[in-house]
Ligand binder design. Sequence first.
Ligand code: SF4
Length: 259
Amino acid sequence: MAKGPTAGVTTGQKDHFLLVLLLVFLLVVPLAAFIFWYFPSVGLVNIHPALPWIAGVVIGSIALFLVLGTGLLFLTLLSGRDLFLSDCMRRVVIKYFFPAILGAGRLLRLNTERLQHSFISLNNQLVEAADMKVPAEKILVLLPHCLQMSDCPVKITEDVHRCRRCGKCDIMELLGLHDEKGVDLAVVTGGTLARKILKEKRPELIIAVACERDLISGICDAWPLPVLGLLNERPHGPCFNTGVRVEAVKELLEKHIQV
Ligand code: SF4
């Protein structure tokens, strides 16, 4: 199928925007912690001389935790290696870091789509850092139904193998990957069906293809399952006759299938 401009593939690449963002965060946290401690402590000392010290220890500990966590995240992304805690960090990133960065990004009027790309890239790099090797049948390639040609009469959301492999959309080539590699394949219409399929199939690694918004909610919903996200291609606009770089899916499979 004809490809339009790619929305970006976000695996195995260093995201410099994200690294800069993390560096800024590393600089801002100690400064913010000092400001949060210094001004209230002027009043606190009038209540009790020990209170500024107690506040200092509490605020300092939180700031130290944030700085160490962010520093470790920064080094993991820079080196591409699992520095002991990539799984734990993925949780922190998914649950706290990304919502905080997105909120700060809105305040600073940063490009939301750019931040979403960075989050997907960050998640992918943390999953990649763990260098997982998984049996092929335990890998699930999760696809959005907008990959299917809009005028295709076959209902593939219940069973992707009903596809007649006419070649009008990327589903045919992806089925070829299923044949060649032995990985599982599923097409979903949204988060509810995706969650149901994850419950049934219990994969160990998910390669998900979707737009930014669906990928992010999928990555968060699937936690603690590791998800490698690939953005779909949208030459006709969102949710309509979309595509995917099948070669990128293949590369990921080859990297992570246990031989
Ligand atoms: S490749 Fe399969 S899913 Fe795509 S249009 Fe043809 S029959 Fe339909």
